[in-house]
Design a protein. Structure first.
Length: 466
């Protein structure tokens, strides 16, 4: 079995689960449990699929020449396109027409980025645990308070397994580079199952089943999430700063929301036939004013954590072939000036013309120097933690007005829906941009918030049921 696989199977997976429920009275209960779950698949694109790898698989781009605006049919393709027929093809080339003669189709270790999954990789797993108490308040309402936690181990992280490291002499102006695999000249995307996470939360829920036409649910969460590998594709910090120091990546998760409160309700307005008021309305008036249902959702939560990065001088780059952060390119962070607030709030406008917000305080951020006093190139890694700040809080209220109309045709009903998303049109700010400036000095550009989440959206709909 081992001789037929590129990665040895993990034969140590053990998944214990235990739970209990206890009700000392008919209106009070206690529940708890613990369970372990393993992750056997990671959504990581080609980063952890060894078969999608050079020299069997390679990535290349063929540049095309677009047709001119005056003649969409006669613009010829570049001369280096290998024609499959006797005439020169025009417009865009297809795969059947061939490829440029100069396209590199052979494996080049000096320029190609390959992927690597260590042979003895262990499966990722998560330990989940919770303890909850429920108390019925009235006949149709209850309160639920719970502690919820989980611990992720051997989570997958992407890094440059052959990172170029600067070795310099502080007393001279000379420097050299070294790689962990000295006989391999380029970067290696390594899918390493050695990251971990911790999540702890206090959750409170109030639920009211229909009372006088009103159904209400309010959920409150007070939580803290830490990790050193939040996601491989979806997160805003999918790769590390320094592959040699994975511990320095341990900070608040990309999805860490310390406070979140969500209220949702559905209310049958008490007006119309069969309801408290207007039971004897004529059919025409009832068709317009009666039988309406209102539903609402209100979200109030902390802002989104963000990572603050910069681009170092080319002489300092630790990754020279990897370019995508989901394949393990180094995400360089600046230095943090202690005692100076990192963010300035949403009131500091960078430009009256654009309306962009200068969210990052330049005085709090310094870019690492390129070289020391002797002229020796320095490593580009700053001391700022991963995900050092977060955007302003998010507030959004969605509102729906719905009504079902009966028709003269038996079994046919028409449902009208009017939906108002972010009805108060609150500007919920998106993530700030990366920073830049002169290395060895404070940042002087970037750190702007130039976009928001979805503004107010109104839509209407009709559904016919028969």
């Amino acid at each position: 079995m081992y001789g037929k696989t590129l990665v040895n199977p993990d034969l140590n997976d053990f998944v214990p689960r235990i739970g209990f429920a206890f009700a000392p009275t008919h209106i009070f209960s206690i529940r708890g449990g613990f369970g372990t779950g393993y992750v056997h698949y990671m959504r990581a694109g080609s980063g952890d699929i060894t078969a999608i790898n050079a020299p069997q698989a390679q990535f290349a781009a063929v540049n095309q020449i677009a047709p001119t605006t005056t003649d969409h049919c006669s613009t010829p393709l570049p001369a280096q396109i290998i024609a499959m027929g006797t005439t020169t093809p025009t417009r865009y080339a297809t795969a059947a027409q061939g490829f440029p003669a100069g396209l590199v189709t052979s494996f080049n270790p000096s320029t190609d980025n390959i992927t690597w999954v260590p042979k003895n990789t262990r499966d990722s797993y998560v330990e989940n645990y919770y303890l909850a108490v429920q108390r019925q308040i009235t006949k149709n309402s209850l309160v639920d308070i719970a502690y919820v936690g989980n611990h992720g181990l051997k989570l997958q992280a992407f890094l440059n397994g052959n990172q170029r490291n600067i070795i310099d002499s502080p007393s001279s102006n000379t420097y050299t580079y070294s790689r962990p695999f000295a006989n391999w000249p380029s970067d290696i995307t390594e899918a390493l199952n050695e990251a971990n996470s911790n999540y702890n939360a206090l959750e409170a829920r109030y639920e009211q089943r229909m009372v006088a036409g009103l159904t209400l649910l309010n959920s409150f969460t007070w939580a803290h999430s830490l990790d050193n590998a939040s996601a491989s594709l979806e997160g805003n910090t999918p790769s590390q700063q320094d592959a040699n120091n994975l511990k320095a990546e341990y900070a608040q998760s990309d999805y860490n929301l310390p406070i979140a409160n969500i209220t949702s309700l559905v209310y049958d307005l008490p007006f119309g036939r069969g309801r408290k008021f207007g039971q004897h309305l004529n059919p025409m008036v009832d068709g317009v004013l009666g039988g309406w249902e209102v539903s609402a959702d209100n979200t109030a939560q902390a802002g989104t954590p963000f990572n603050l990065t910069y681009g170092p001088n080319s002489a300092q780059l630790a990754s020279t072939q990897i370019v995508a952060n989901y394949r393990g390119v180094n995400l360089y962070r600046p230095n943090r000036i202690p005692g100076v607030p990192l963010t300035q709030g949403r009131s500091v406008v960078a430009s009256a013309t654009t309306g962009y917000i200068q969210y990052i305080n330049y005085k709090a951020v310094a870019l690492p120097a390129i070289d020391n006093a002797n002229g020796a190139v320095q490593p580009p890694f700053g001391n700022m933690s991963r995900n050092p700040g977060r955007t302003p809080p998010l507030y959004q209220t969605d509102l729906d007005f719905n009504k079902i109309f009966n028709t003269s045709k038996e079994g046919m009903k028409i449902e009208f829906r009017s939906e108002f998303y972010n009805i108060f049109n609150h500007s919920n700010l998106y993530l700030p941009s990366t920073i830049s400036g002169t290395q060895g000095a404070n940042a002087s550009t970037g750190g702007l918030i130039s976009s928001t989440f979805t503004p107010r959206v109104i839509q209407f709909g009709l559904k016919i049921s028969y």
